[in-house]
Design a protein around this ligand. Structure first.
Ligand code: ARG
Length: 467
């Protein structure tokens, strides 16, 4: 291994004053965050401008300094957006990179920007600003996916499919009803994001390194300019906790868990064994060896990515665990899991929005599957109960009828009246109304039930909630 002597004298670190030798090159790479935190640049600039305006308003810096900072930041923003900004590893992170460039452009005014501030409250502010935008983007994409589900559900409010328990045909439901179950899951996901956003949307600036600052700052002014709902009430807490990021990752893990369930069903439904749906070719890939294959790669990948997002949640929880107050460098590790979580969720939701809109349904196959597996057995039991038989006895009578149907190799609904009467004399000719798939569906006529009428009402209600 080479010695840690740098070949040329590197630029001095902003904090190098008390150090007798430059930091080892490997340590510099190990401790730098610029490779990933540069994506906070625009939020960092926004936060700095609000801070500088407040400093000027409180006469901590002059109006001239503020003007120089504003103009320097305008140039920096343009450089960042055009990709011309030269990020330097030696400057460690996004904050020091921008400050160094500002000083090059604005001179001493640039050096005054960091008055009454620390990177500790600065980075906490940047991450919160960034996350707030990410939450808004994800919430909007969730709503778009919900809309796609609603449109498909509306189309299929009366399309009969088998409902499953234990992956065995249980009772008939409509495909619209089934899709609306996912609508509900994503509605709660949106609520969770909105709730988490309230705690994200608090301003850490003013906490400085950990104890606050001796300058006459106006935190409310900064909070207002940055669109925060208020300020973090305790300086130590403001710079050190990342619970808001943990909460977001928990909400994201649930979104991906819901996506993974939908994915699993899409994979099953489009397998030739089920044949319930087709996904457009643009969402599938082929096999390099088996020419007949059309693989559901998108849902499978999403199912896989749900594990990765849940892993990020665990990473952040472990990151926070047992950290003493206040800021510790551990917290620099919050960014990669957080960024990847938001990216993965947003990408997945966008792809699913398009894919759901493209689902084609084979209603005939779905209906045929619902007619198998004695799916109206519960309806027959309920029929007997309504004629006066206690439910347990009805259950027993129907179970025997199911066995008889199995022995004949037919479905319960295919047994004749005489045969059915062998299991209970209470059976009358009206029994076939409940033994049909349509009869079974129509009878589940209450809020939350699968009767097509109710599904249509639920869809109407849901559409209003999206506005
Ligand atoms: N890059 C750092 C981070 O992401 C910024 C804060 C550094 N603060 C410090 N005291 N070293 O957490």
């Amino acid at each position: 291994m080479s010695k840690n002597t740098p070949k040329k004298t590197p630029p001095r670190a902003a904090w190098s004053g008390r150090f007798a030798e430059p930091v080892a090159e490997r340590v510099q790479r190990y401790t730098a965050s610029i490779s990933f935190d540069k994506r906070l640049a625009e939020h960092d600039i926004r936060g700095s401008l609000a801070h500088a305006r407040m400093l000027a308003a409180r006469a901590v810096i002059s109006r001239r300094d503020l003007a120089a900072i504003e103009s320097g930041m305008r140039s920096i923003l343009a450089e960042v957006r055009s990709g011309k900004f030269k990020w330097s590893l030696a400057a460690e992170d996004v904050h020091l990179n921008i400050e160094r460039r500002l000083t090059a452009l604005a001179g001493d005014a640039g050096k005054r920007l960091h008055t009454a501030r620390s990177r500790n409250d600065q980075v906490a502010t940047d991450v919160r600003l960034w996350l707030r935008d990410a939450i808004d983007a994800i919430a909007a994409q969730l709503a778009a996916l919900q809309k796609a589900l609603l449109d498909l559900a509306e189309h299929h409010a009366g399309t009969i499919m088998p409902g499953f328990t234990h992956l065995q045909v249980a009772q008939p439901v409509t495909f619209g009803h089934h899709l609306m179950a996912y609508f509900e899951m994503f509605a709660r996901d949106r609520e969770r994001l909105a709730d988490c956003r309230k705690r994200v949307n608090r301003l850490p600036l003013g906490a400085a390194a950990l104890a606050g600052t001796s300058y006459p700052i106006d935190r409310e002014m900064v909070a207002k300019e940055l669109g925060f709902d208020g300020v973090c009430a305790n300086s130590l807490d403001a710079v050190s906790d990342r619970d808001f990021a943990v909460e977001f990752c928990a909400a994201a893990a649930l979104i991906m868990t819901h996506i993974s369930r939908l994915s699993e069903e899409l994979v099953l439904w489009m397998s030739p064994r089920y044949g319930f749906i087709r996904l457009p070719d643009r969402f599938c890939t082929g096999s390099s060896i088996m020419p007949q294959k059309k693989n559901p790669d998108v849902p499978e990948l999403a199912r896989g990515k749900s594990g990765r997002v849940t892993g990020h949640l665990m990473a952040l929880l472990m990151l926070m665990k047992a950290q003493p107050l206040a800021y510790n460098k551990d917290n620099q590790e919050d960014k990669e899991p957080l960024f990847d979580t938001a990216d993965t969720v947003l990408d997945t939701l966008a792809i699913f929005t398009d894919m759901v809109a493209g689902i084609e349904v084979d209603a005939g196959t779905m209906r045929a599957a619902a007619a198998e597996g004695h799916s109206t057995a519960t309806d027959l039991a309920d029929y007997l109960v309504k004629k006066g038989l206690p439910f347990r006895d009805a259950h027993e009578a129907v179970a025997r009828a199911v066995r008889a149907a199995d022995e004949r190799g037919c479905d319960l609904a295919a047994l004749g009246l005489a045969q059915l009467r062998q299991f209970s004399p209470l059976v009358g000719a009206d029994v076939f109304k409940v033994l049909t798939l349509e009869g079974s569906l129509a009878s589940r006529n209450h809020v939350g039930g699968t009767a097509p009428k109710r599904v249509r009402a639920a869809i109407k209600h849901a559409r209003k909630s999206l506005r």
